[in-house]
Design a protein around this ligand. Structure first.
Ligand code: KIV
Length: 270
């Protein structure tokens, strides 16, 4: 198929994968990473994790709508095939369904992405319904929700006590019933992820929620071994690109100092 004939995967394509084949998803924030991963993934998430991964913030709370839009545009430019979904950042949607609509509509209009993702359970169900009924596809996100880090007192695994188990199951049902096309389960123990995945008719996409989910998502810099910060248990490093980059820059520095670089092939004599 020629490049021009590649059709983007759609939100209905994601839903259709339930009980058929796992959804492969990764985050991306830049053109070059989007170009590299696009042929291999179904869903690219422009996650607000970019606040920590790209900008070095301690949490995602200071990420702005403008950041999400600029990185969303870059990822759309770098991809042709994947269904691109963009996170609504903290404080851009929680105040009211109307606020969520304004933010989500702006993000979709300015980037051309397929959908938005938002964090929250029962308390966000009305908002999810408001958006989906007005033409905005929404991916939910329950369990460990990084935007609630201040009330949760840190990034903690969910499902280790009966109250938490009941809550995350209720949250998932509420978001699915409200019309979400998929739901991210983050940091949820395997047995609970299994119950939710079996009970919902929409796909679950796990991150630290075991292989029972209908798909998996990870942060791109984590799988590449580029991110230099904390590595959670659920991150598998598929490469050590950070080490390769260090080797490259060390060699570059030594060649510049010894004047080995640039050799004749890298400059213009006339
Ligand atoms: O912000 C993000 O990257 C996410 C994924 C890790 C699920 O929400």
């Amino acid at each position: 198929m020629s490049e021009h004939m590649i059709k983007r995967l759609t939100v209905p394509n994601m839903i259709a994968k339930k009980n058929k084949e796992p959804i492969v998803s990764l985050t991306a924030y830049t053109v070059s990473v989007a170009q590299i991963i696009d042929p291999y993934v179904d869903l690219i998430l422009v996650g607000d994790s970019l606040g920590m991964v790209v900008y070095g913030l301690d949490t995602t709370l200071a990420v702005t709508v403008e950041m999400m839009i600029e990185h969303g545009k870059a990822v759309m430019r770098g991809s042709k095939r994947a269904c691109v979904t963009i996170d609504l950042p903290f404080a851009s949607y929680q105040a009211s369904p109307q606020q969520a609509f304004q933010t989500a509509a702006r993000i979709l209009q300015e980037t051309g992405a397929a959908a938005v993702k938002l964090e929250g359970g029962e308390e966000m169900a009305k908002t999810v319904e408001f958006l989906t009924k007005r033409g905005i596809p929404v991916c939910g996100h329950v369990g460990l929700m990084p935007q609630t880090v201040k009330t949760m007192g840190g990034f903690k695994v969910v499902g280790r006590n009966p109250l938490q188990i009941e809550k995350v199951i209720r949250d998932s049902h509420a978001i699915a019933k409200a019309g979400a096309f998929a739901i991210v389960l983050e940091g949820v123990i395997e047995s609970v992820a299994k119950t939710i995945t079996e009970q919902l008719s929409i796909p679950t996409i796990g991150i630290g929620a075991s292989s029972v989910c209908d798909g998996q998502v990870l942060v791109c810099d984590d799988i590449f071994g580029v991110f230099q910060g904390f590595k959670p248990k659920f991150v598998k490093r598929y490469a050590q690109i950070g080490e390769t980059m260090k080797d490259a820059v060390q060699l570059y520095a030594s060649e510049v100092k010894s004047r080995k670089f640039p050799s004749a092939e890298y400059y213009f004599e006339k």
